[in-house]
Structures are given as C-alpha cells and as structure tokens.
Design a protein around this ligand. Structure first.
Ligand code: AOF
Ligand code: ZN
Length: 380
C-alpha cells in the first residue's frame, strides 16, 4: 500500500461529508499498518469529531507505530472540538502523511511543526491537487471571508442561453440537469437574479440526485417578484434569502415575506442602481456561514459577477444545438479589445449525456504548471 493509494481512500472517505460539513472542510483519514488499512475516519458533520479522531478511535492500540494518512493538515487549535495533534501524538502513530497544509490561519503549518517537533515523521503534498480541489470552497472562505463562487451556464453550441423571447427550457439534456442538481447539493447556496425567477419560476431545489437542499438566494432590488413564486412559497421557503434594497425592506411586502419564513438581507445599491454584489457575497459569508455559491443566472447577474471579478469557477453545459439569434450568458459585459476579455483556464472537458460539460477556473491553479506535461494544449 503506497501513500498515494492510502490517500485515494482518504479522499473517498472525505467525500462522505459533502453537503454536511460546510463551512468546514471535507476531510478523510486512514491508518495504515503493515501495508494495510486498519482504520478509517471522516468528518461527517459540522461540529462532529475530526476525521483523524474518528480513525484513531477505531484503530485503538493498532495506531502504535502506524502511519496516519489524512487529506488535510491536522489541527492544533481548540475549536468546536479539541485539537487533533495531541491526540495523534498520544496514539503513538510513527508517521503522518498529509495531502495539503491547512489554509486556516489558526492551523497553517503549525500542525506539521508540532508533529515534527515530537519526532513524528511527516510527509506533505501527497495528491495535493485532489485535496485542494476537494476543499477549494473551504480554503477561499477561511482565507478571504468571501464564498467561493461558481457560475453555471446551460447553452447551445452557438452560445445562446435562451431564445430572444426568453424561452430556455430545455436547451441542455437530462444528464446536465442532474449534474446541476449535484452542484446544488454540493455547494451551500444557489443564487439567481429577479429575471430568472420571473421567467422560469424555478424551485432551485435538489431533486434529480439525493442530498441536502441548498440556501436559495434571490436578488430583487425593488422587491417586484410575486409572493407566490416557488422560492417564496414552497416548503423550503425558510431556506430562501431575499436580497433587497434598504427602501424595499420598509414595505409591507417585505414584512409579509419575513413572516412567512423567508430570510431578508439588506444590501446597499451601487452606482448603477443594482444591489452591490460583493456586499451580497460578503454578507452571505458573514451572516449565514455560506462558503460556496452557485450562480445560476441570468445574464445580468453573471455579467455583474464578471464586472466585480467574483467568479472563481465556471461550469458550461453545451448542448449540440444551434439556435441562431438568442440571449447570451454574459450579454451585460463588454470589452473594447481582446486583451480585456475575461480569460478562464480549462480544468476539464467532459461528456454529459449528449452535451459537453466544460469546467473552467478563473486562473491557473497553482498545480497546473507542474502537471501539464506534454499532452495538454495548455491554452484556455
Ligand atoms: C474539520 N474536520 O476533520 C479537520 C478539520 O471548529 P472545529 O473544531 O470543527 O475546527 C474546524 C477547523 O479544524 C477547520 O477550519 C480546519 O482548519 C481544521 N481541521 N476541520 O471540520 C476535520 N481535520
Ligand atoms: Zn482536527
């Protein structure tokens, strides 16, 4: 059993925390002795024991002289649970293999330092890229106080998200819709603008896959949306956060919505008369502990995200369909020269049923250079 093999298993275990641990990281841990895994642990829920503790408890005496393999640097701080490093030391583990250092400033590097000082052999950076990918939401949120923002676009081959009259159902196919639902349950919140709710009256819930419901964030500056929109009236309305202007918050309508359980969030207006988007995200992070947001549209909101440089990642689902004249996903964004165009780097190109699923990142991830090798074009 190589360290890489063990780390793969730890990564698998970490995934069990999906949708349950945010804003904390998804962490997995295995304990390896004489070439085989003797215990497994993962962070199962927010506030629950850390992955290392779960694994150590299962290992008991077997931990003595063993190797502990964990996706994230063990912690040294007293949080909702006691620190892990002292427990690791007490267990008699001889060697610790770590996927990535903890970006949490309370931990960052200190876990490794304490382990080494106590004479434990430490190896860092095994499957680091995969570990980082798993915890990109956590990392952004803990370092910057802003959520990790993922945009979603469902479009035709020629870049249309809707006909000129706004009709958009269904450009992409069933598998792509399933993947969007999987994103909704993985991320903490789904965000849309007023026009999307007007036009589609979406539920923005998770139905096509199992998993917990995300927060639903709706931007409606003047509070014009009908009270009977599903996001305000269905059984999950207490999971809806309506962002609106200070003036609109004073109205009877706002009061009625608050009474029915909808959360209201006051956001200042920017120079163009829109809700100030960076403030929306900061408040979602501060007041609701939202570490990741899926921006599902429409074009005005997606464009605004670009203008404010808020998109960390973009998922484009492309149906093999030519529409011709139609609506464009970023039509509210314009540049004068190609140098000003917004450039992403391609992270993955996947088949999604009959569609293409492209995952893009706002910048080259730290690891891409190292791993690019000969195969890729390296061009976004
Ligand atoms: C987790 N699960 O398995 C590990 C974490 O408030 P606490 O005590 O739950 O601590 C949260 C911090 O602990 C988190 O920000 C991260 O830095 C560190 N490691 N957290 O939730 C785990 N190993
Ligand atoms: Zn810990």
């Amino acid at each position: 059993m190589t360290d890489e093999h063990a780390m793969r298993r730890a990564l698998e275990l970490a995934l069990r925390g999906t949708g349950r641990v945010s804003p904390n990281p998804r962490v997995g841990c295995v304990i390896v002795k004489e070439g085989r895994i003797v215990a497994e642990g993962w962070h199962a829920a927010y506030g629950a024991p850390h992955a290392e503790i779960m694994a150590l408890e299962q290992a008991g005496q077997e931990a003595r002289g063993a190797t502990l393999v964990v996706t994230l640097e063990p912690c040294v701080h007293e949080g909702k649970t006691p620190p892990c490093v002292p427990r690791i030391l007490a267990s008699g583990v001889a060697r610790v293999v770590i996927g990535m250092l903890d970006p949490n400033p309370l931990v960052a590097g200190k876990g490794v330092e304490q382990l080494r000082q106590a004479g434990v052999e430490v190896r860092i950076g095994v499957l680091e890229r995969e570990c980082w990918w798993l915890n990109r939401y956590f990392a952004k949120h803990i370092v910057s106080g802003m959520p990790y923002v993922v945009g979603k676009v469902a479009q035709s081959l020629d870049g249309c998200i809707a006909l000129p009259n706004g009709e958009s159902r269904w450009i992409t196919g069933e598998e792509s819709r399933r993947r969007v639902h999987a994103l909704r349950t993985e991320l903490d919140a789904v965000l849309v603008g007023k026009n999307t709710v007007f036009r589609d009256n979406p539920h923005l819930t998770v139905r096509a896959v199992p998993g917990r419901q995300p927060w639903r964030v709706v931007l409606d500056t003047q509070l014009q949306l009908p009270m009977m929109s599903f996001v305000f009236a269905d059984e999950y309305r207490e999971r809806t956060i309506l962002c609106t202007s200070p003036a609109a918050l004073q109205t009877r309508k706002a009061e009625t919505l608050r009474h029915s359980g909808v959360q209201l969030l006051e956001v200042p207006i920017d120079e163009e008369g829109h809700l100030h988007l960076p403030t929306v995200f900061r408040r979602l992070s501060e007041q609701f502990q939202i570490a990741s947001v899926l921006v599902e549209g429409g074009a005005a909101v997606l464009s605004s995200c670009l203008r404010h440089r808020l998109l960390d990642e973009l998922h484009v689902f492309i149906a093999p369909l030519v529409i011709g004249r139609g609506r464009h996903p970023f039509e509210g964004w314009a540049v004068e020269s190609l140098e000003q165009a917004w450039r992403f780097s391609v992270q993955a190109v996947l088949h999604s049923g009959d569609d293409i699923h492209v995952i893009l990142l706002r910048e080259q991830p730290v690891f891409a250079e190292r791993e690019r090798g000969n195969g890729g074009t390296g061009d976004a």
